[in-house]
Design a protein around this ligand. Structure first.
Ligand SMILES: [Zn+2]
Length: 337
């Protein structure tokens, strides 16, 4: 004979009054108990979501919070100085909804066809020196004017999500290396295999699921499309060299950084600007990750302007179809940028 085991009473076996009471209690608990504290907020899916996310970040304006964080890193920085830079959001937001602030410094209105130069810092957020240098150059351009007929557009911090973490990261909030996410030739065929084989899946150099998958790299791409820079200056650290892609002949040095063209990478801005677009890209690799002596910043600023005067202005400007400064088939290398 099979042994009968006692079963606990089920919901259906309860008296009707108890069933009604249980259902009412369950409904009350669903409404009254908040979601677990560690439930992840949804990632922004577009500009509207990003703005809503940014609006929840606390008191003060977006720009004030940004300026406090950035100026704390600068030896000469202050909230007032940062706020005086006339930084503009220009429709750029990070994954977490932080604005990608930039500013334009323009020559006098009567200047005919000034050279357009785009300067970018903080693409890698753990390279704070790049942010310091671009902030320093904004101050120099605004205080002293530009010695050349140049329209500067400067964005000190392209990767704010990585910057505003307790421990800064090279990658953005999606874990993507923005300097491997630009739409270079054969990105789909090259970027991921390169990441797997050459970097052995180094998470610090993950190129992303597709080219321009990230709002930050897409914003830089859109700036290039709309501003049409004739020179791009991309600031990094701490390899202590000067790199260059595209026409014309590069500067041999900027300040105490000597030219050393280290190679190209699938998805890098130097590769995209210099090889794909034919726009000269100066890549500055500062010597220290989080410090730039003011004397060095001034020397680089002066040398860059002198080179612009000699090679880009007096030579009649830059043509986008000029021959690249480096063959597209050159072997990429692993370190740098
Ligand atoms: Zn870098």
């Amino acid at each position: 004979m099979p042994t009968r085991t006692a079963r606990p009473p089920t919901f259906q076996h309860m008296p009707k009054c108890l069933r009604v009471l249980s259902a009412w209690l369950a409904a009350c608990l669903m409404i009254c108990i908040p979601a677990p504290a560690d439930a992840s907020p949804a990632q922004p899916k577009g500009p509207r979501d990003a703005r809503a996310n940014a609006a929840r970040q606390g008191p003060g304006t977006d720009l004030e919070r940004w300026c406090r964080g950035v100026s704390a890193l600068e030896p000469e920085g202050s909230l007032d100085r940062c706020l005086s830079f006339q930084l503009s959001e220009r429709d750029g937001r990070s994954v977490k909804g932080i604005p990608l602030w930039s500013t334009d410094i323009v020559p006098p209105a009567e200047t005919p066809q000034p050279l357009r130069v785009l300067v970018l810092g903080g693409i890698h957020a753990d390279e704070g020196a790049s942010v310091i240098l671009v902030m320093d150059w904004i101050a120099r351009a605004r205080q002293g004017g530009t010695a050349r007929p140049v329209h500067w557009r400067m964005a000190p911090l392209v990767n704010p999500d990585g910057f505003f973490l307790p421990s800064r990261t090279r990658m953005n909030a999606h874990g993507v290396d923005l300097n491997r996410n630009f739409a270079t030739h054969q990105w789909s065929a090259e970027a991921r295999p390169y990441w797997i084989k050459a970097t052995r899946r180094d998470p610090r150099r993950f190129p992303g699921p597709t080219a321009l998958s990230e709002p930050e790299s897409l914003w830089v791409h859109q700036q290039i499309e709309s501003f049409q820079p004739q020179l791009i200056v991309s600031v990094h650290a701490p390899y202590g060299v000067l790199d260059f892609d595209g026409p014309p002949p590069p500067p041999s040095r900027l300040g105490n950084l000597m030219l050393d063209q280290v190679g190209i990478y699938p998805g890098s801005l130097g590769n995209y600007g210099g090889i794909v677009l034919g726009v000269p890209v100066v890549t500055i690799e500062l010597k220290q990750a989080n410090r730039v002596p003011a004397m060095d910043a001034a020397a680089m600023w002066n040398d860059l302007q002198a080179w612009i005067g000699r090679k880009l202005l007096s030579a009649g400007g830059v043509t986008a179809s000029a021959s690249p400064g480096r063959a597209a088939g050159d072997e990429p290398v692993q370190a740098g940028e």
